[in-house]
Write a protein that binds this ligand. Sequence first.
Ligand SMILES: Cc1ncc(COP(=O)(O)O)c(C=O)c1O
Length: 362
Amino acid sequence: MTKALKDWFVPWLYTAREYNVGILDQAMDNPQNARLMLNENPIPPSEKVIEGVARALRSGNWYPDSFLQLRTKIGKMYGLGPDNVTLCNGSSDTIDTMMRVFLQPQDEFILSSPTFELFLTRAELCNAKVVQIPVREDDLQYDVDGMLNAINDRTKLMLIINPNNPTGVFIEDKDLIRFCETGIPLCVDEAYLDYNPDRPSKVSLIEKYPHVFLSVTFSKAYGFAGVRFGFVLGSEEMIAAFNRMFLPWNVSRMSAAAAEAIIDNPGEVEAKVEHNNKWMAIFSDELKKLGLRPYPANGNYMLIDGTMTGKTTAEILKAALDENIYLKKIGEIHGKNGFFRVTPGKDEENERFLSFIRSYFG
Ligand SMILES: Cc1ncc(COP(=O)(O)O)c(C=O)c1O
């Protein structure tokens, strides 16, 4: 008797949590709605980037190489050599690959909750167990003791997002060191660090702690979410391991050229960061005036505690959508309903958001 197709699939294909990207299709079909629900950058790539991509496309018949020149350039930005850098198709590629580098079925991966949910999906697709420790109740800081106490013989990987998504908070240096000192592989995800020009990267950790690696993306401050580009920084042994697991040619000539063009034009990123940080400050002031509680704005997103208003998250999102604004749903935190997240968009969209919160919460 032949088996049904579903019985051929690995059992965890459908027990793993799904990462739902349906909102992207909805947003494309409804361009009248402001896309303030994803941590995207509202400013498109410059002409310099477009010209760089067009030039690369002329050799689009050749397979990509390992981009030594670009890896050297990125390495220099961090005081590292090219063999401490490997490139990827956005940091989601790193998220997927790190699970396959470190986790066997039933191994455990420790991270906090709430978090960027793709981490859960990709670990569960390796049939690994995700161990989520809720952030602390009031300041939403990592529960460092809780996470460290969850370590056992099956723990093979841990994650610190710095600043964290969706809470926006930075972990304290002394706490980060406690994670490093465990000797367990640790991903430090710096997806949003570029919004904080005064804060240095934690890259120096990789010298003392070879089991620590950094994940960086150009999807945020650089505005390349649709281009797809990121990289991993680590010891040479760590990078060689990622290189074995990454697909060859995971980075197209066009996205590498886009990355090189924007690195050579730093003013473009500065302008994007300035736009974001200006609006984050305005949002934060206005939300506080209305009696809501915005959390620290260290990325391009702001977690907002609206629980004191008596409105549920679903009600807030629905009311915003009625005003042509997409906001991000945040599940209950410590049993409380009424959290949501917003990312600054273009000026007009941000004004729309301000009008919405004034009339809805005012
Ligand atoms: C913490 C964090 N890491 C990684 C990513 C994925 O970014 P990329 O577009 O580079 O795949 C995101 C996306 O929102 C994120 O929030």
